[in-house]
Ligand binder design. Sequence first.
Ligand code: NAP
Length: 442
Amino acid sequence: MHPSIAIIGSGPAGFYAVEALAKARPDAHLDVFDRLPTPYGLVRSGVAPDHQGTKNVWRVFQRTAHRPSVRFLGNVEMGRDVSLAELRSLYDAVVLAIGAPADRALGIPGEHLRGVVGSGEITGWYNGHPDHAGKAPPLDGAQVAIIGNGNVAVDIARVLGRTPQEMVKTDLPAYASEHIARAPLTDVYMIGRRGPGEASFTPVELRELGEMARTVALVDPAQLPDALVAGDPKEQMLKDKLLGILRGYAQNDPTSKPVRLHILFYAAPLEVLGDGEKVTGLRLARTKVENGRATTTGETFELPVSTVVTAVGYHVRPIEGVAMPTGATAYPNDGGQIADGLWAVGWAKRGPSGVIATNRQDSIDVVERLLKTLPETSRGDARARLDALLAGRGVQVVPFSGWETIEREENTRAVDGAPRVKLTDWRALLDTAAARGTGAEG
Ligand code: NAP
């Protein structure tokens, strides 16, 4: 009997795990579930639209999806259509590749005000995620704060800072391009609570902030040290590059372009200010870094922003039957193992860290361990029982062929060198998927 393994989530970590499983156990039935009718997780709905080179990794995952032992079950949500307990009783192993989708909160007063937007929400919105497509962030004022000094903060600063012309060859949805172009932006602040030496953005991404047509990147030279010291030569090279780029921004003319991107360090958010309903500003504490930690100096200042985007990391959502310590960003696991027959890969395992490629080796390592624990005899034909269960519940499963129908439709709509025009509405996605190919084959 074929072993059957369920992989929940079809982003990079999930697909890298599937590829490793398919190679090691060509006899295994591998079922890849996604709550969306579309595959590829954050490659489709997280990576910035102007990073099509990064997004192109979908081609690798497409090859995996076409392996004969692999099947994709889109529009099937664990917890809604099938429970984790049911999946664990059907399959010989279940791999959670469901990422860390919840925006981390700042935990400061005023965070509930209209105009505070999490990075997951805004990146989902500008990537046409059907849950976020209708939720345009309020961009009605001239000033916006982005909290965080990671690559997600940089992505958001760039997407807000670019012109529609710069985004033509991307898959930024028209609604997002128009909303950003209409915003009366003059000043965007990207705010780190620590210094340039502690920022987690990387040189390639930081450099792109200096290449925007309507937005000039600026840094206060007083915030830049003479040198950034790192522990090893590779890290030192990166730090030297970062400092060089920041020094360049410190010399930019703030009047040279209509929008200014202020890269602020040593500033920790204290309170989002508002009129009871909507954001009117942000109060921050000036900090200094001691032993790697930000400590406040006692001095505070305010920025008159009307939108605050938090790009301060993510955490997993609690799921039935998995214990979660308070503040955990990932599911507690030992080398990927959460419990007997239950595994995690990617951000669900490690928390929100690393680039797409990080997931490859990580998933390979987890799969190696998983295979050692796979029972000698399989529980039986999980596929037939799962299909009966989903059919009984009236679930419209979108197979890979259904996704490929969506993909063809999106490609057909593309103009002016754009790779695709995304379908961003649940009904349109499901109707298009159903236009050809139903059932869970493929
Ligand atoms: P990140 O790199 O961990 O950055 C999070 C930022 O939020 C840090 O600057 C952190 O500051 C700050 N922060 C956390 N809590 C805060 C608080 N309470 N107040 C103020 N600031 C706070 O995470 P990310 O930017 O979300 O990215 C997630 C992962 O995806 C990273 O591994 C990233 O490299 C990757 N990614 C890569 C790309 C790319 O390669 N182009 C693009 C996007 C994302 P502290 O350091 O002081 O904690």
